[in-house]
Design a protein around this ligand. Structure first.
Ligand code: HEC
Length: 116
């Protein structure tokens, strides 16, 4: 999957390492990261576009940051296996990830859009 993405969408080593450390890929499909193929959470294929629509007053980046640090602030309606559930995504990434790691994830995810 990574090979078919334009170079600009290649994740940095920090993004790859952070996704692996945090286990995001156990629950999410994340383009560019082949091991990220989980189905418990929404796929993040088009998150750069949908993130801007979830909360009117939030930019895509602000929404994605909040989704990572405070997963229960908004419960996304649809997940691959049915309605999304609260309290599945770990609520402690603000403690277990550094500011640099969170910033790298937010920047990478905010650029993911499925129309190319
Ligand atoms: C144990 C499973 C699990 C893990 C691990 C997990 N998530 Fe999630 N995630 C979910 C679920 C379930 C939802 C939907 C419910 C909600 O809105 O909180 C979600 C929602 C999201 C959303 C909002 C998506 C949208 O369409 O609005 C983003 C962004 C996100 N996760 C990113 C991440 C990132 C980045 C990581 C790793 C740092 C991560 N998640 C780790 C389960 C998980």
């Amino acid at each position: 999957m990574a090979a078919s993405l334009p170079a600009a969408h290649e994740p940095s080593p920090l993004v790859v390492a952070t996704v692996a450390k945090a286990g995001c890929g156990g629950c999410h499909i994340i383009p560019g990261i082949p091991a990220a193929a989980g189905q418990l959470g929404p796929d993040l294929v088009n998150i750069g576009a949908t993130a801007a629509t979830r909360k009117p007053e939030f930019s895509a980046e602000a929404y994605i940051r909040e989704s990572i640090l405070e997963p229960n602030a908004i419960i996304v309606p649809a997940c691959p296996l049915g309605p999304c559930l609260a309290n599945i995504m770990p609520p402690n990434f603000g403690q277990t990830l550094s500011e640099d790691e969170v910033t790298a994830l937010v920047a990478y995810l905010a650029n993911l859009q499925d129309e190319q």
